[in-house]
Design a protein around this ligand. Structure first.
Ligand code: FEO
Length: 391
């Protein structure tokens, strides 16, 4: 089905409800969509982004149903292949089309998709392209979440096409947001997984759309927004310096000693009025873990010792923590060993680039005993004191 945003703008994207993993890493509980939009001006026609190559046929069929026999511009707002991957198919079918994008995106599309350099029309920040009675205005908005990203603003219709920005992995038969609670959940997951490391850049990009007269925000994944204040406000909160009075404990325990420490710590933290979220790293949904990191103040990583170091699942979690760069304020480590190991050194080296306070780890020998619980009590006191500083 081709859906109309208005008489000149059509949704020609594709749902992918059965997709369960993105980037071979990120779980997709709600599938995803690749949003592509066709704009028919009085003189020229433009396609905003395309779809994942796996779904090219859907895009082509929709264009055929609309009777499109000429596309003048393919606007590439983002070079990642889930949006750009069908550009070669479109260029084959509409050889007169030019790919309109910024210099950086052009270079990436040449590298990633082997598109010939003479197929491009380069645009810069504030540049416009006229389709006759419609005007496309380009807003360069880097790092949401790649360096070449841009937004396209359809001036007359006040529609802002934001590529991944403000999007969500959500395959739905609806076009526009109706359930804001569900949308916030999917959008937060999406933000946590790919946008969070670029929070500082996102502040700048939000400013770029502040003051723009917008009727519709049309991202390249998930549902479109007519009433968009709630998602913009959520982004502002997620990138703010506000933290929840909450501790995230990703843990892996081989024989129960570390789990005993986790349970003790968790109960003690709760008794101090601090919220706790536990994530068993064996089979964890990385999206859930990432979402929890958007707001929390502290992470305590808990690991058994295996082969003289942290469990590989804990190494993976520490690496993700480093890569996702959440706004957490404190980090600590707990765990148990049988005869020795370098758990603390290895985890510390993995998380050393995070701008956080390291609260003294509690690494104990064997199953936790009286003095070990005292060490955990001290850890709770330290966390509670740190949390008092911002609450
Ligand atoms: Fe949906 Fe960054 O691609």
């Amino acid at each position: 089905m081709v859906e109309k945003l208005n008489e000149s703008v059509f949704y020609v994207g594709a749902n992918h409800p059965e997709r369960r993993l993105f980037d071979e890493l990120i779980p997709l509980p709600d599938g995803t969509s690749y949003n592509s939009y066709l704009i028919k001006g009085s003189k020229k026609t433009a396609l905003i982004d395309t779809v994942d190559p796996e779904k090219s046929e859907i895009l082509v069929n929709k264009l055929e149903k609309l009777g499109i026999d000429k596309i003048d511009f393919v606007i590439a707002n983002h070079a990642e292949q889930d949006h750009s991957g069908s550009i070669p198919v479109i260029l084959d079918k509409f050889p007169e089309a030019k790919v309109a994008t910024n210099t950086k995106c052009k270079s990436m599309l040449e590298d990633l998709l082997l598109i010939d350099s003479n197929k491009f029309q380069v645009v810069g920040d504030g540049d416009t392209i006229s389709l006759g009675d419609k005007t496309l205005k380009f807003i360069i908005a880097p790092w949401v979440h790649w360096p070449e990203t841009q937004f396209t603003y359809l001036v007359e219709d006040k529609i802002l096409f934001t590529c991944d920005f403000l999007g969500s992995h959500y395959a739905s038969e609806e076009l526009f947001v109706e359930d804001k609670v569900k949308t916030l959940e999917t959008a937060k997951r999406y933000f946590a997984e790919i946008m969070m490391p670029f929070s500082n850049m996102i502040k700048k990009d939000l400013k770029k759309i502040d003051g723009l007269d917008i009727k519709i925000i049309a991202p390249s994944h998930g549902l479109l927004y007519k009433d968009y204040d709630f998602i913009v406000d959520a982004y502002k909160d997620w990138i703010s310096e506000n933290n929840k009075n909450e501790v995230i404990i990703p843990y892996v325990s081989m024989h129960g000693s570390t789990k005993k420490m986790v349970d003790y710590l968790s109960e003690k933290l709760k008794s101090e009025g601090i919220a706790v979220k536990l994530f068993n790293l064996t089979g964890v949904d990385l999206g859930e873990l990432a979402m929890s990191l958007v707001d929390a103040a502290t992470v305590v990583l808990a690991t058994s010792t295996v082969l003289a170091g942290p469990h590989p699942s804990a190494v993976y979690a520490a690496y993700l923590l480093k890569a996702l760069r959440p706004k957490i304020r404190n980090i600590s480590l707990i765990g148990s060993y049988g005869w020795g190991g370098k758990t603390e050194e290895i985890i510390s080296s993995l998380t050393s680039t995070l701008k956080v306070d390291l609260i003294d780890p509690v690494i104990i020998k064997g199953y936790p005993k009286g003095k070990d619980f005292s060490l955990l009590d001290t850890l709770v006191e330290r966390i509670a004191k740190k949390h008092e500083e911002f609450s």
